[in-house]
Design a protein around this ligand. Structure first.
Ligand SMILES: *[C@@H]1O[C@H](CO)[C@@H](O)[C@H](O)[C@H]1NC(C)=O
Ligand SMILES: *[C@@H]1O[C@H](CO)[C@@H](O)[C@H](O)[C@H]1NC(C)=O
Length: 447
């Protein structure tokens, strides 16, 4: 008995020791990804900031206007604002008058999303919480005079969604950053007095389950102290066991180091990556932030979104879909409609998405093209084209006598017969009309 206890104590000490991470990629990259992330599959991304006030072009407004001197942005300012108007003057108009975090959280939950990633600070540097190192360039001292990160977080958690924080490492026009940049990133004044204190503040205050890092690409991970930060995050932070991070931690780290991989925005691999990944896209195809000059033809339709979600999950990815709220805190109704449409489809077909794993084959061109996902010996065949006939053929699954075939949303099991070596033929019922234009055949007990 005593010996057992002693052995246990020794083991525990060993286990605890073994789980400390060193501040280098070899050690950090070996950390297993907390399981909640792979199970979640679908998240909502929200880009909100001072850029939502001019709401023209994209969330890169300030950069196009005064970094690149894009003529379209210069003309927009000349035409609509007094001479000498500065970007900082947009901030007081970021009023968030109609921002009801509970309404947003209700919508995100209704979309079927299991996590939400919110911009705490985009490249403009404006923080959506009262960062003590932000001077007055933050949402508590300026603009809405509210803790947007905190308010949304509480509402999200009441509905048991996971809360993720987007954070831009660089700030286009921050004088401290520009000074470090001028030194060839040999000095780290900006990192030590702004970036790291803010990241640590965010983690301690809001206990996020995901950090979506961005804006890393002009400097190396050494400049950003990324490995030191991640080692703290994984070893000693209040979220060390649940936190998930992406891969944007310094030039050259994307698709290579960190937690899961985003690679590039809207990353669309042609074969299954061998590392957990996430595809981020925006319902407005031309912008992540809200823009008033958005047209219906710029907006993803529901069938395309579902198709993209299914493709991503079949290849082992998560799907992070972005919406940009207006500066007064409304989620444009066209985005709301898309989100509720996804939720309606997932309500019937979600078992083919959540907590699934890629199957041994990702897709085939059967009677119509199908994408596969799986859960143990259950395989889901998802298709987006209404077949011309009721007989439907799949050539990859290997059936047993006990195999049961159903169409999700339809309680009757389907009549089927095996084909010669592998595959089966079944008779489909009348497919329901759905705005999502996607249906799922569930195959129980196949190989
Ligand atoms: C950043 O890294 C440098 C070099 O490793 C170290 O001297 C410095 O203390 C680190 N800063 C922080 C805030 O961790
Ligand atoms: C199915 O057909 C499409 C278009 O014809 C093609 O791009 C795709 O590679 C095919 N998929 C498989 C698994 O053969």
């Amino acid at each position: 008995m005593r010996l057992t206890l002693l052995l246990c104590a020794v083991c525990c000490v060993l286990v605890v020791t073994a789980h400390r991470y060193d501040p280098d990629w070899k050690s950090l990259d070996a950390r297993p990804l907390p399981k909640w992330f792979d199970d979640a599959k679908f998240g909502v991304f929200v880009h909100w900031g001072v850029f939502s006030v001019p709401a023209f072009g994209s969330e890169w407004f300030w950069w196009y206007w005064q970094g690149e001197f894009d003529p379209a942005y210069i003309a927009f300012m000349l035409k609509n604002y007094p001479p000498g108007f500065t970007y900082a003057e947009f901030a007081p108009q970021f009023n968030a008058q109609f921002f009801q975090p509970d309404e947003w959280a209700e919508l995100f939950e209704a979309s079927g999303a299991k996590y939400v990633v919110f911009t705490t600070k985009h490249h403009e540097g404006f923080t959506n919480w009262g960062s003590p190192t932000s001077w007055n360039w933050n949402s508590v001292d300026n603009g809405p005079h509210r803790d947007l990160v905190g308010e949304l977080g509480s509402a999200i958690r009441k509905r048991s969604l996971h809360y993720g924080l987007y954070h831009s490492l660089y700030e286009w026009f921050n004088p401290l950053y520009l000074k470090d940049k001028e030194s060839g990133f040999k000095t780290q004044e900006f990192v030590n007095s702004k970036t790291l204190p803010e990241l640590v503040d965010l983690v301690k205050r809001y206990k996020p389950e995901l950090i979506w890092s961005d804006g890393d690409w002009e400097a190396t991970d050494t400049y950003w102290n990324s490995t030191e930060f991640l080692a703290w995050l994984y070893n000693d932070s209040p979220v060390k066991d649940v936190i998930v991070v992406n891969d944007r931690w310094g030039s050259g780290t994307a698709c290579k180091h960190g937690g899961y991989y985003n690679c590039a925005d809207k990353f669309t691999p042609s074969t299954m990556p061998n590392h957990k990944w996430e595809k981020c896209v925006s319902v407005d195809k031309l912008s992540w932030g809200y823009r008033r000059n958005m047209k219906l033809s710029d907006v993803m339709d529901l069938p395309s979104i579902i198709k993209d979600l299914v493709f991503t999950v079949a290849l082992g990815g998560n799907y992070l879909l972005n919406v940009g709220p207006t500066s007064d805190g409304m989620i444009p109704t066209v985005f709301e409609e898309r989100l509720r449409g996804i939720g309606a489809w997932l309500k019937v077909n979600g078992e083919a998405i959540y907590a699934t794993a890629p199957w041994r084959v990702q897709s085939e061109n059967a009677t119509v093209p199908v994408w596969y996902t799986s859960k143990g010996s259950t395989v889901y065949a998802i298709f987006h084209t209404r077949p011309m006939q009721y007989s439907f053929q799949l050539s990859t699954p290997v059936t047993l006598d006990s195999t049961v075939v159903t169409l999700l949303g339809n309680s009757e099991s389907l009549k089927w017969a095996p084909l010669h070596s592998s595959g089966l033929m079944m008779v489909l019922p009348v497919l329901p009309c759905t705005a999502a234009e996607a249906w799922v055949i569930k195959l129980d007990g196949v190989m």
